[in-house]
Each structure stands twice: as C-alpha cells, then as structure tokens.
Design a protein around this ligand. Structure first.
Ligand code: DGT
Ligand code: CA
Ligand code: CA
Ligand code: ZN
Length: 574
C-alpha cells in the first residue's frame, strides 16, 4: 500500500490529538498540526519526493524529526510514536474527540477522572449524572453531550429513502387490503422525498381502526410492537426500520395527511398563519371556533388559510409559504422533462453492460441522448480508459450512432480531479471529447481551503462540461467534502459550466440546498443517472425528487434541453 500525503497528514493529526490528551508540551502539539497541514497541502506526493532523493526538511515547518517520521511512514506504513501513543491511550478515546463539544482537554478529563474510554461509557456516565461534577464540565455541558450523542445515534439510524421504499410499499399494500380502508399514504420525510428517512409514517383512512391495528401489529415483518393504542401504533420491522401508524376518519384525512407529512417547521408556520386569521389548524381539520371549515383534503387545508396547494417536496419552511402567498411557487421539474443523461458507464470501465445495451436502455427510458462517460485511467480505477481506448470507444460510438434512430450517444469521460485540481487526462485528449465530467474520487479529507481551490482549479479547465457529484458524499458512509460551495458555484457560473445532481440513491449530490444555490446563481444543474447497468436509469426518478426539493424548474436543468439546444451550451458542434 503506497502511503499518500493524506495518510501522513492523518497520522500527524492523530499524534497531535493524542499528545494533547496526554498533556504534552503545546509547542510540540502545534508542530504536528502544522506538519499535518503542510503535507495535506503539498502539490506532489512526499513518497515521490523521497524516491527522487529530495530533502523533506526544505518543506515549511518540517524539521529533521518530522521529516524522519514522514520517511518512516512512507517506507514502513507505520510511525513508532503513533503506535506507542495508541498503546498508552485506549484507542477509543480518539472516537470521543469526534463528538461535538469534546476537545482533547475534556476527553483527557473524562478518561483520567471517570475512566471513560468509549462512546458507550460516555453515554452511561452522562445518564448517571457523573459528568456534571467534573472540573470544567457542569450540568449544561453534560446535557450538550447527551444531545450530541442522541444526534449522532439518530444520524446513524437514518436509512436511504430508496432502501426504505420497498418495505413501505409492501406494508402500504397490506393495509390497503383491510376492509373499510379508503386511503393509505406514506407520509413524513418519505413523502417529502428526503434523501434519508428516520422512520416510515403511515396514514390510513378507515371506518374500523381496530381492524387496521390488528393487521398492522400482526404484519409478518414486525419483530417488536413499541406502542399500540386505539388509533396509533409504532412497530419495529425485521429490517430495523421503525414504522408509525395513524388511523383517522375520512373527514379528517387531508388535515392528518398535512400534519404527518410535515415538516414540523412547515406545520408550525401554517398553524401560525391560520392563527393570524382566527383559525385553528391541527391534524383533525381547520376550525373557526367549534366549526370545522376544512380537512377532508390537503388542498382544502391550504385553501382555508388562503394558500394554493404546496407540493410536499417544498414543505420545509424555507420560504415556500411566502412564495405560495404571492402566487410564485416554482413549477417543479418532472421526470418526463428529461431529454438526456450526461453521465453513464459501460463495461469498458466499471459498468456492467455494453455500450449498445446502455444506449437501448436509455432510449427505452424516453431519453434522446446519453453521454458515455467511463472512468479515466489513473487512480487505479479498474479498467480506466486511456487515450487509445477512448479513441476506440469513440469509433464504436460513431458506428452505433449511424445505426440508431432518434437517439445519440455522446463521447465523454469521467475524469478524476487530482489532489491539486489538475485532471487525470491531458487537455489534448479531453479536447477530443464532447462531454467531460470531472469528479473527485480520492483525497476526500483535504482541509477546506485546499479542497475548495482544488475544485475551482478543475472548473478552470476549459474542457470540463460539468462537475460530477460535487460534494462526493456517500450517505451513511462518507461525509461531504469540506468545501466552500458558494465559491464553487460562482466559479461554475463564471466558466459557464454545469453542476451535476447525481441520482444514485447513496449520493443524491448536489443536495437540495446546493441545488437552490445553483438555481439562484444561474448555474445549470444536470440530473444524471451515473448508471453502471441498464437498470440504473430508474435512479433518475430520485434525482428528480432531490431537484424538486431544491426548487428546480425545467429551465434550471441542463439535460431537459433537446440535443440541439444543449449543444451550443456545452460547446458541441453537431
Ligand atoms: P424523519 O422521520 O426524521 O425522517 O422526519 P419526519 O419529518 O418524517 O418526522 P417524524 O417521523 O418525526 O414525524 C412525521 C411528521 O409528523 C413530521 O414531519 C411533522 C409531524 N410532527 C411530528 N412531531 C410534530 C410536532 O411536535 N409538531 C408538529 N406541528 N408536527 C409534528
Ligand atoms: Ca418519519
Ligand atoms: Ca415518525
Ligand atoms: Zn461515474
């Protein structure tokens, strides 16, 4: 395993953290932090410099001792000091450092005075009220720690909306089959098309609540009934998913649907709007005094408070109520608006299907063009394409295009953005292609300034059509890059480039808020499948959902344009 600069930086950061917990000399700690920074910002690999016989002590802040440790890491993958510190300090304490509000000083106190080493022990200590008595902590800090632990646990318990969908759907079907049931809807964050959901919220309109409850708690995937009353229940499914159920009468269905769709912030704002008009809005209806004036449908609830219907995707209290009030709600983009797809892979790189199969599948999905953007050969991506293989693929695309009717394959590549913002293929190769997707696939944890510069530099390359999965997040697995997205969006605006909204369920990247920032800056968003097999084009539906949450209309989405309209925008001669 070759040792990268990022590995050296991480090792030095960890040493600094552990030294700090040990109470070492602050100057020594600072020296390791500075060195971590130096290596993470270096434009060439320390490994290569050493191989060329260069002297690392010429780097800023790197003395003989630090240079030797970097050399040791490069040649052995280990650092004696780090190994020793890890042995002296329980390894879990570095995990404690990741909890917001806990720095090395507090972690040290928790460990020394309470013997707390793990996140679990921390939770117990907080629960038992043992933390407040520690010097420098107090009751408020103890509460903050508990909140942080809860937030972290919630975050871990959230699951991809796409993963929850099949469970929600079969449960919905089961309840729809109960006699007397007129409506079943999955509400909550699921209905708002959020990328992840904390649980599933089911709403049922039925004459006989008891029959629905029996069917629900007896559903064969249920492993635990958390609570069960006359009209509400919560269960845990075998999959680990929690499901909340509410059964209401048909006359209240719209009001209940509005309430359980949320978001909570939107509900509160609507309730307040009602109050200003002397109305009471709750899950049973809209009332003037004792008189129910609305509630059978959601539209009637909005109408009663003087608003047009607001689509669930917009209900986050992020300005949608004001737009609705002034008749300016966006006409959100729809799946049927998409004319093409600008990011897909074939079996030439890490995809599963052939060029021809991908073309046919895209065409069957109602698209009229598809950019083939296999990976560039560089960062050890299996089968990445070099200049010669790209040329051969281009010839095959020409052949297929002359055979295909009403459909065009575009020649493209997904090129890696290197650590310093250069691209992994020479400009002369990129110039031959019609669509260049530039993406980050490595060095995810560079410091903010450096990560931002990296993306800006990539966008400065005139051959780049769009920035692929801009934050590089993987939901539940990898945090988004630490970047100044405003500057990245401004750069895309200056350069006339687009930003991708990658539709893979684990990416959905850009996120909703960044979609809105792109919209406000006039930067087109391309909703791409990043398909690796023919079935992946179905993911476009989820990309559309995220785009709608980000207030995007057809005119904001690059690949709603037919090829003739798209071509001049991406510098394509047809
Ligand atoms: P999640 O489950 O974390 O993905 O997000 P939601 O939005 O599905 O939240 P959840 O399941 O706790 O509650 C479902 C809906 O019920 C929520 O979107 C709005 C409504 N709701 C829950 N608690 C309250 C509340 O305290 N006040 C109001 N006005 N609405 C609430
Ligand atoms: Ca929910
Ligand atoms: Ca819930
Ligand atoms: Zn890709």
């Amino acid at each position: 395993m070759p040792v990268h600069n990022a590995d050296i930086a991480t090792a030095f950061e960890t040493i600094a953290d552990l030294l700090e917990i040990e109470g070492a000399n602050p100057f020594r700690i600072r020296a390791y932090r500075n060195a971590a920074r130096t290596f993470s910002e270096l434009s060439q690999e320390a490994r290569d410099m050493l191989a060329r016989g260069e002297d690392l002590t010429r780097l800023p802040g790197i003395g003989a001792d630090l240079a030797a440790k970097a050399g040791e890491l490069v040649s052995t993958g280990h650092c004696g000091l780090l190994d020793r510190l890890r042995k002296e300090l329980p390894p879990a304490v570095t995990e404690l450092l990741r909890i917001p509000g806990l720095g090395p000083r507090r972690v040290k106190a928790l460990w020394h005075d309470l013997g707390v080493q793990t996140v679990e022990q921390l939770a117990h200590a907080a629960q038992a009220g043992r933390i407040r008595s520690l010097h420098g902590f107090g009751e408020k800090t103890e509460r903050n720690i508990q909140d942080a632990l809860r937030a972290q646990a919630d975050q871990e318990r959230r699951i991809l909306r796409g993963a929850a969908a099949p469970y929600a759907e079969s449960l919905r079907e089961a309840l729809a089959g109960v006699a007397g049931v007129s409506e079943v809807t999955v509400a909550g964050s699921f209905r708002r098309l959020c990328d992840t959901v904390g649980d599933i919220d089911l709403l049922v309109a039925a004459e006989d609540a008891a029959a629905v409850m029996r069917r629900f708690t007896g559903y064969d995937e249920v492993v635990d009934v958390l609570s069960a009353g006359a009209t509400r229940a919560s269960v845990l499914l075998r999959s680990g998913l929690q499901v909340d159920l509410r059964v209401v009468a048909a006359e209240s269905y719209g009001a209940a649907l509005h309430y359980f769709t949320g978001s909570k912030a939107h509900n509160i704002a609507i309730r307040r709007l009602g109050q200003q008009q002397g109305l009471k809005v709750n899950e049973y209806g809209v009332f003037r005094g004792r008189k129910r004036i609305a509630g059978e449908t959601e539209a009637s609830v909005y109408r009663a408070v003087g608003l047009p219907y607001i689509p669930p995707e917009l209900r986050e209290n992020r300005g949608e109520i004001e737009l609705a009030r002034t008749g300016k709600l966006p006409h959100l983009v729809r799946r049927s608006d998409l004319a093409g797809d600008l990011h897909a892979h074939t079996d030439a790189s890490d995809g599963q299907d052939t060029l021809e199969a991908m073309a046919n599948a895209a065409r069957a999905q109602g698209l009229s063009y598809l950019a083939v953007t296999d990976h560039s050969a560089y960062l050890g991506v299996t089968h990445g394409l070099d200049a010669a293989r790209l040329r051969r693929q281009g010839d095959e695309i020409d052949r297929l295009n002359s055979a295909l009717t009403d459909f065009t394959l575009l020649k493209g590549v997904e090129v890696d953005i290197l650590e310093d913002g250069r691209l992994a293929l020479p400009d002369a190769v990129l110039a031959q292609l019609q669509v260049v997707v530039a993406s980050v696939h490595s060095h995810f944890d560079l410091p903010r300034a450096r990560q931002t510069e990296r993306l800006l530099r990539a966008l400065d390359n005139p051959h780049v059509t769009l920035l692929g999965h801009p934050s590089a997040r993987l939901l539940g697995e990898r945090a988004p890059l630490d970047v100044d997205m405003e500057r990245v969006i401004r750069k895309a605006q200056e350069r006339g480039s687009a930003l991708e909204l990658n539709s893979q369920p684990q990416r959905l990247d850009l996120n909703d808020l960044h979609c809105r920032m792109a919209r406000d800056a006039g930067v087109p968003v391309s909703i791409n499948s990043d398909a690796h097999r023919v079935s992946d084009f179905a993911d476009l539906e989820q990309g559309i959902g995220q785009a709608r949450r980000g207030w995007l209309e057809k005119r904001h989405v690059l690949n709603t344009l037919p090829l003739e309209g798209l071509a001049p925008l991406i510098g394509l001669n047809l």
